[in-house]
Design a protein around this ligand. Structure first.
Ligand code: XUL
Ligand code: CO
Length: 437
């Protein structure tokens, strides 16, 4: 096999290792709560960032050094990238990858040629999957880069664009099936608006609902065994994205009768752009049984855009894993590193350092979350706060046997509420910190 990376297979060396090309915490087969780490974490590499990212930003062109890349968008280059990608993923020991149709194969002169290019690359991806055992966590369609999507895809003012997007998603679903992908993601791309002055908001939302309903019909028709996931994001590229956060997506799915067909793929940097913590989005989705998968990255506290950095914040990762363990795992979902190395981390080796660091920080977060759960102190403290709901009037309200009349009678007799107890936020935070480090 061609060697693109002068790097050995990455091994686990334990927490005292100082080798930057080794794991200190990610030990794939080590059991946590009776399950191997690799099954808890289900890491995936994002094709678009890791194999297509050039490091370009609004102030300058790409400067990433990728000796294998001739910089062209040719089919030959796309096929070569399959070798690069599978060597990288095998050496890293990552079990999954994710892609957009247009990351893996170039767009042709028309839809027919684009589909043909995709088929050619998919055949090679399939071979590589069979050879290595690496699987597809999810597929998706890029409905935002080409200029035809300037006004959105299914929410475009141009009906032809809706039709093109439908054809493109149909094909992307077919190749996801061909590759045994276990999820299919819908990120809104440009489904939103830049100005309300030129926008028929209700028509656009109805069209988005119609589009997703057609996708559900087609999934059933072809027997695609993939969980559909909506990936919320509040802004960027549009000023207002329709899928702005989990709560907005829930309202949308319920309105269009689609809530049983979809779960969410929640991305850290999207949560923070929405003015939420990642913990909030996970808690919201998970409590309604809607947390399907995670795009694991982070923003920069000082920058207001989607920087897609590698998720090395231990505190956040422990919170994420607490939510994941709390719902009994991600099922067929996983942790996809929708993250790119910084522009100034331009050497191929940086791709390894970035992924190893993030995998380790998540494995560490997993161990911390498992310790928190084993001790049960935080859970106990929280349950104590809500103890009034377990009996008496609290139980009656929860069971639905109370009314305004019974509650008025109860309060008239009692006269005043049982005194409130302190929320003890600082103590909760201090207890959480006991497990970090
Ligand atoms: C964009 C983003 C996408 C989706 C897939 O912010 O996160 O890469 O994950 O389309
Ligand atoms: Co994402």
């Amino acid at each position: 096999m061609t060697q693109f990376f002068d790097v050995p297979k990455i091994k686990y060396e334990g927490p005292s290792s100082k080798n930057p090309l080794a794991f200190r915490h990610y030990n794939a087969d080590e059991l946590v709560e009776g399950k191997p780490m690799k099954e808890h974490l289900r890491f995936a590499v994002a094709w678009w960032h890791t194999f297509c990212g050039t490091g370009s930003d609004p102030f300058g062109p790409g400067c990433a050094v990728r000796p294998w890349d001739d910089g062209s968008n040719s089919l030959e280059m796309a096929l070569k990238k399959v070798d690069v990608a599978f060597e990288f993923m095998e050496k890293l020991g990552v079990p999954f990858y994710c892609f957009h149709d247009r990351d893996v194969a170039p767009e042709g002169k028309d839809l027919k040629e684009s589909n043909k290019n995709l088929d050619t690359v998919v055949a090679k991806l399939k071979e590589a999957q069979d050879r290595t055992g690496i699987k597809l966590l999810w597929g998706t369609a890029n409905l935002f880069s080409n200029k035809r999507f300037v006004h959105g895809a299914s929410t475009s003012c141009n009906a032809d664009v809706f039709a093109y997007a439908a054809a493109q998603v149909k094909k992307a679903m077919e190749v996801t099936k061909e590759l045994g992908g276990v999820n299919y993601v819908f990120w809104g791309g440009r489904e939103g608006y830049m100005s309300l002055l030129n926008t028929q908001l209700r028509r656009e939302l109805d069209n988005l609902g119609r589009f997703l309903a057609m996708a559900v019909d087609y999934r059933n028709k072809i027997g695609l065994d993939a969980q559909f996931l909506i990936e919320p994001k509040p802004k960027e590229p549009t000023t207002h994205q329709y899928d702005s956060d989990c709560a907005a997506c829930m309202a949308f799915l319920k309105t269009y009768g689609l809530e049983k067909e979809f779960k969410f793929n929640i991305e850290t940097n999207h949560a923070t752009l929405a003015g939420h913590s990642m913990g909030h989005e996970l808690a919201y989705a998970s409590s309604y049984g809607m947390l399907g998968s995670i795009d694991a990255n982070r923003g920069d506290e000082l920058l207001g855009w989607d920087t897609d950095q590698f998720p090395t914040n231990l505190y956040t990762n422990a919170q994420v894993m607490l939510a994941v363990l709390g719902q009994g795992g991600l099922g067929r979902g996983g942790l996809n590193f929708d993250a790119k190395v910084r522009r100034d981390s331009f050497e191929p080796i940086d791709l390894f350092y970035a992924h190893i660091g993030a995998m380790d920080a998540f494995a560490h977060g997993l161990k911390i979350a498992a310790e928190i759960r084993k001790d049960g102190v935080l859970k106990e403290m929280t349950e104590k706060r809500y103890a009034s709901w377990e009996s008496g009037v609290g139980a009656q309200i929860s069971e639905g046997s109370a009314s305004f009349e019974t509650l008025e009678k109860y309060m008239l007799e009692k006269g005043e509420v049982t005194p409130n107890a302190s929320g003890r936020q600082e103590l909760f935070e201090a207890v959480f910190n006991r497990y970090i480090g």
